[in-house]
Every structure is written in C-alpha cells, then in structure tokens.
Design a protein around this ligand. Structure first.
Ligand SMILES: [Zn+2]
Length: 446
C-alpha cells in the first residue's frame, strides 16, 4: 500500500473472508491492498474515512433493459446508469432486446456500443440475442465480446425479437455449446401459457392465473434436459415459480451446467398485496404468492438460486395501463434493488455478506468478470458502494433517476441508504450529485 493514491477506511468492510474493520488501498483504479484498519496511510495518499458506514463491492447487475437506441423514451444509457450508480451498482450487462436494433448481429452490437460510450456512468457490457434466424451470427458475436446469448421460449413482447421453438432452441444451443458460450433463457412454455385462462382486465388474480407456474416449470425442465444432452452452459433468467426448484436442485446435483437468478420484486413483493389495476407490478413471469416467496428465499440460502438481478425493464408511463393483459410487463428496479433486497434479507436473518454474494460476487462470476469485479480484494477494480445499512428512507418516485419514474416500491420504507458509489477509485455519485460519466464498455474476457 506504500504507493497507494487513495485509502478507504471503514469499521465494516465486506471482504471474501468476512466483514472486518480495514483500510482498502487503491492505485490506478485497482485495489492494491486490504490492510488492518489502523495501518498508516502512506504519504501522498488521500484518506476517505467512512466511519461505520459499510464498504461493499459495487454491485454487478447482469439483467438490465436499457432500450437505447430505439426506445429511448422508455430508458437510455444516461438515465439507466445514473439510476444504477445511485443504487450502488457499478457494472451492468444490457439485455439484447427492446432497443432498436436488438443486439443480434455484430453490426448491431457496434451501434449499441457507440451509443453507450459517452453516456455510461458505470461499466456496461452486452448480452447478444439468439433468434430463430441468427445462428450464423452467434459465433461472431461471441468473438466480438458479448457475454452470452438471451433467448425466449415464448413471445418476448416485441415483434423484432421472436422466440425459439424447441428445434430452434436445440440448434442455437448446440452452436453456443460448440464455442462453450452461455445461453440465458426466459423460460416460460408457450403451450402452457396458451392453455391458461386469459381473462384480461385489471384484476391481479386473473393476470397471475394467465402466467401459471407450470409454464415456468415445464420450460425449465426442458431447458435442463437440453443442457444435459449437449453439455451446454445455461442460465435461467428471473425465476419466479418455486415449483421449479426441485428440478433445478437435482440438475445441479447431477452436474448439469445450470445457474439461476431471481429478482428483487419476487423476493420483496407478493401477489396478495398487488392492488387491482396496479400494472407497475406487472412483469413476466409474475410476482407470486407469499408462500412461493418463502421458498425462493430458502433456495437462495441453500444455493439452488445463485444470484439476484433487477430485470430493470421500464417503459413510458402511458403503457402501464390498468389492464394487466395489455400493459407493458416490466419493473424498474435499478436504484432500489439493494435496499429492497437488504430490507427483506435482514428481516429473514441474512447478513449483508449474503446480499453481496447474491448481487455482486456471483453475478460477476456469471458474466466471467470475476477477475476484476465482485469482491473487495487485491487486483480487483476499486468499485464500491458505501451503505448505511441501518438507516431507513421512504421511496419517493421523484427521487428516482431512471427516465420514467414508475415504480412498484412507491411509499415503502426501506433499510439501507447508499451514501456514495465508486468506480475504479473515483466517487461517481454522492448525495444525489453525479460526476461526469466515465464508465467503460466491457467485453467478455477469455
Ligand atoms: Zn428481462
């Protein structure tokens, strides 16, 4: 630490070995040492004394729909990355759909990278998309640095991103397995969705019945079978149905290369409390019952579910009508994901170390970024969130940074105030004040 430029000192630093009082030395944007709390500060280094606020690694959110370019009235890199930074997130991986163009060819990837370059307040990477007709584009996209490929098994909600049928899934997955890539999947079975009662209208119970658990369970079972047959690496996006957990646990025990994420809204909101007509709570798969939520928490605790990501998927407010069948499906969670998850985690007896594992360490590993992100340890990027975990605040939509201030969390009192967020040793937001965007565009590393 003798040549450190910056030292962050806290009585509570979350390291891979646990939480302890420490001084974290930073040089050239990289963590160079995690030293005893009272280690002497080198001459010339700036000391940032955080007192009892907790220093944790910046969160890595691998599921964000930025929609830029093309649907920038919904969201954009400037607003999304500010919301993320305000919430303690220092890396996001952008989903390939809802922007125009979608990230389904190398040309489209280049377009998106160009648009993001000077707007990114945090580090940004890209998923590619697997469509019925772009198998030939998958390897070039992989070589161009996308982190993996997203596919839908049922309609995606936008015409330009069609879903894969069973044979198309097998073909795309075989191609991706050939270069040992990663397929990330929206797993709801279209036949089970079609067979479910479709009443439409404002009643949440009707919407819930229209997206039954067996649609998820069936799609996940099939995906796991394909992954096993091909030795392929797959990731289940936004798991909501706890009924799928036994199949996933058995597959993992069997050595199938499958990982699973869930989202803050499934962990903190319940079907029982969604008011009729309140489509700010609409997402697919849907928020389910409290008893289902308890099992998701158990699965996080036992490792069946690997990680927690936002699935931030905004739209303009006019698309959030009171008819659940036609309203845009998506919950905007970037800025509130850490306090929302932490509030429920602490109530259930989990520590901040657990939250860090679910929202930073494991997501960094999912994206293959774990050499640089996801932990406070020498050699990693000096990306941090500074959190006052015992302080509370009430969610005021006017204080949110994403473009359309629609939120399912309005009026909730949450634990955990993000005091500041740091990217490669530079404070990028504190007290609602942002510095100039200096985020980098990330590509998959070998
Ligand atoms: Zn999504």
């Amino acid at each position: 630490m003798s040549d450190a430029e910056l030292v962050l000192r806290s009585t509570r630093v979350i390291t891979p070995e646990g939480t302890r009082a420490a001084s974290v030395a930073v040089t050239d944007g990289t963590i160079t040492g995690v030293q005893p709390y009272d280690a002497p500060v080198p001459a010339g280094a700036r000391l940032e004394d955080l007192g009892d606020d907790v220093l944790l690694p910046g969160l890595v959110d691998t599921h964000v729909h930025v929609n830029d370019p093309g649907r920038t009235e919904w969201e954009g890199f400037w607003t999304a990355t500010r919301a993320a930074a305000a919430g303690g997130i220092t890396t996001l991986i952008d989903m390939p759909l809802n922007s125009l163009p979608p990230t389904t060819t190398v040309d489209h990837l280049r377009t998106k990278q160009r648009v993001a370059a000077d707007k990114a307040h945090i580090d940004v990477g890209f998923w590619g998309g697997a469509l019925p007709d772009n198998v030939k584009d998958l390897r070039p996209l992989h070589e161009a640095g996308v982190f993996g490929f997203k596919a839908f098994l049922s309609p995606s909600g936008v015409d330009e991103f069609p879903h894969l049928g069973q044979e198309q899934l097998a073909r795309s997955l075989a191609e991706i397995a050939a270069f040992d890539g990663l397929l990330i999947v929206h797993a709801e079975d279209p036949h089970h969705l079609a067979a479910a009662p479709q009443h439409g209208g404002p009643r949440y119970a009707d919407f819930l019945a229209s997206r039954p658990r067996d649609a998820e369970d069936t799609a996940i079972a099939h995906l796991v079978d394909q992954a096993k047959r091909l030795g392929a690496r797959v990731h289940v996006l936004h798991l909501s149905s706890s009924d799928a957990l036994p199949v996933i646990a058995a597959a993992k025990a069997d050595g199938v290369r499958v990982t699973v994420e869930t989202c803050p809204h499934y962990l903190t909101l319940t079907a029982e409390e969604v008011p009729d007509g309140a489509s700010e709570f609409k997402c697919c798969p849907p928020i389910r019952e409290a008893a289902n939520q308890d099992l998701l928490w158990q699965a996080l605790a036992d490792g069946t579910i690997d990680c927690v990501v936002t699935d931030h998927s905004p739209s303009t407010a006019d698309l959030k009508t009171d008819d659940f069948s036609t309203a845009w499906g998506g919950i905007s969670g970037l800025q509130l994901s850490l306090p929302a998850v932490w509030t429920e985690a602490r109530r259930r007896g989990h520590g901040l170390e657990d939250v860090v594992r679910w929202m930073s360490t494991r997501t960094a590993r999912l994206a293959g970024l774990d050499a640089r992100k996801g932990a406070i340890a020498p050699g990693r990027d000096a990306d941090f969130a500074v959190l006052a975990p015992d302080e509370t605040f009430t969610v005021d939509p006017a204080a949110l940074q994403h473009r359309n201030r629609v939120t399912a969390y309005a009026g909730r009192t949450l634990h955990g105030v993000v005091r500041s967020t740091w990217l490669r040793g530079r404070r990028i937001v504190a007290g609602g004040e942002f510095t100039e965007p200096k985020g980098r565009l990330l590509t998959r590393t070998h």
